[in-house]
Design a protein around this ligand. Structure first.
Ligand code: ADQ
Length: 479
């Protein structure tokens, strides 16, 4: 057992919530990256003097722990090889496609696995060094599934939670993985394993029973050493009040009007906002929209589709292919169907600040979210949060985790182009009453279940799994 450090709450995630920037005087500095996870964890980190361990991006080597805007950050260095094998390889070339219904073919390479083990071990060692006696350590996501057990071996005194942000697949897919048992055992090092949906938690428990041979009952796993592990669903959410406040602001309202103006004040604006990822179903969505124009149901004089697609993981081949495919599709659609000053699709690769995102959500009449598989999908929730007038229409894939909560959306199957066309058209033609009837309950859901409630409920449940073990973390807000 290694000697304890001083942090009572340790967050371990692949990325630190900051990005490297060059300051105006030419020196390197940091900027907080506006992810939802920081928003969720900031209050609880403040209440407990928490620290965050993660990779700052890039290959800088000797970075010391530092404080930034009230956050205590502990950078983990990565070499070019770590990035290639651990991050782009095993994390994004094996686990990501395997856990998303094998939408793309996962690749299995032994050197990727070796690197995954080595990097997970380094994260575990660093967390073991920093955590105080009986501290709570909360490990995040698919890049770090081995950390819980590695950490428990080093520090059995800790309370360890793990949260998976992406889907956990059914046994039929998971068992393709040559290292399936190692991954399950890695996760079982946690006291609480959190998933987006019940289905993921059930898949996990079933696999643990079948593949590792532990006794299970409902959401509990009974280990041979007497410890129990709970596997439950904690659907992640957003800072709903924060988004609504932004959307209500004068500046965002003004910007939303300017966006509509710049698009030629069409009757209706469709909007898609995604990382450029093959799980997000961008291709069939744009095809469905273009076919509605070809069929004469929509006219480019009346309707435009704004698709924001931020390039990501561009060194992974499948992502480069996808980007080329979508670029080509948009070119074809606009070439065939657009008119001068009236493209059918307004296609943007940019990344925007939160204000601009809120303005886009305000400007859009129909939000189109059509992933083939998605852990949750925060874009759908952000759109709902910004529609404070109970207006706007959401077309949502039933394969997004968000569909479990946003039942009143126009739910679609992204593999069914005709069904998607019908839903897009229904949402386009829906009257005010219909839109409000659907939007109101969805808003209520998002406001009641925001991201701080999510973090608090996970940490409360973690404290409850073994109440006599370890210190208790103070929640940011009692819900
Ligand atoms: P992602 O796959 O990245 O997240 P999503 O949940 O939609 O997907 O979150 C994307 C976030 O990035 C949103 O907050 C959105 O506002 C922001 N964003 C997208 N495009 C942007 C742009 N061009 N400019 C600025 N911001 C942009 C993973 C899982 C999801 C799960 C989340 C959280 O894949 O299923 O919901 O983690 O657990």
């Amino acid at each position: 057992m290694s000697a304890p450090g001083s942090a009572d709450l340790v967050i371990v995630a692949n990325r630190l919530p900051v990005d490297r920037v060059t300051l105006s005087d030419g020196t390197p500095g940091w900027r907080t990256s506006p992810g939802g996870l920081v928003t969720a964890l900031l209050p609880v980190m403040r209440a407990n003097d928490g620290i965050w361990i993660g990779w700052p991006g890039g290959t800088e080597q000797d970075l010391e722990p530092f404080d930034f805007e009230g956050l205590s950050l502990v950078p983990m260095a990565m070499s070019a090889e770590d990035i290639e094998n651990f991050y782009e390889g095993f994390s994004n070339g094996t686990v990501w496609p395997l856990y998303h219904d094998v939408v793309a073919k996962p690749q299995f390479h032994r050197e990727w696995w070796d690197s995954y083990v080595a990097v997970n071990q380094r994260f575990a060692a660093r967390a073991a060094e920093m955590a105080s006696e009986g501290a709570t350590v909360w490990v995040h996501d698919y890049q770090l599934q081995l950390v819980p057990q590695m950490l428990r071996n080093l520090r059995p005194d800790l309370r360890i939670g793990f949260y998976l942000h992406i889907p956990f697949p059914p046994a039929e897919l998971f068992q393709q993985l040559p290292w399936r048992r190692e991954l399950l055992e890695g996760l079982l090092g946690a006291d609480l394993v959190g998933f987006q949906l019940n289905g993921g938690a059930q898949n996990f428990v079933r696999l643990v029973r079948q593949r590792v041979g532990h006794k299970t009952h409902r959401d509990l796993v009974y280990l041979d050493d007497g410890r129990t592990v709970r596997a439950s669903a904690f659907p992640i959410s957003i800072d709903a009040a924060g988004f609504e406040e932004l959307a209500r602001s004068e500046a965002v309202g003004e910007r939303a009007r300017a966006i509509r103006e710049a698009l030629g004040n069409p009757r209706k604006i469709f909007l898609g906002v995604d990382r450029l990822d093959y799980t997000k179903g961008i291709y069939p969505r744009l095809r469905a929209f273009s076919e509605l124009i070809i069929d004469g149901h929509l006219d480019v004089e009346d309707a435009v589709f704004v698709q924001v697609a931020t390039p990501s993981r561009e060194r992974v081949e499948q992502y480069r292919i996808l980007r080329d495919d979508i670029d080509r599709l948009v070119g074809h659609i606009n070439g065939d169907l657009g008119k001068i000053g009236k493209p059918a699709i307004s296609y943007l690769h940019s990344s925007y600040p939160r204000e601009e995102m809120a303005a886009l959500y305000r400007a859009a009449d129909i939000m189109v979210v059509t992933p083939f598989r998605d852990g949750m999908n925060l874009v759908a929730k952000e759109y709902v949060a910004c529609r404070y007038d109970n207006d706007g229409a959401l077309v949502l894939s039933e394969f997004a985790g968000a569909a479990d909560e946003l039942r009143q959306a126009w739910l679609i199957n992204p593999y069914d182009i005709n069904g998607m066309k019908t839903a897009l058209l229904d949402a386009y033609n829906a009257d005010d009453r219909e839109r409000t009837r659907r939007m109101r309950p969805m808003r209520k859901q998002i406001i009641q279940h925001d991201v701080v409630a999510w973090a608090d409920s996970f940490l409360e449940e973690l404290a409850a799994v073994r109440p006599s073990h370890g210190k208790t973390v103070r929640p940011a807000r009692r819900s």
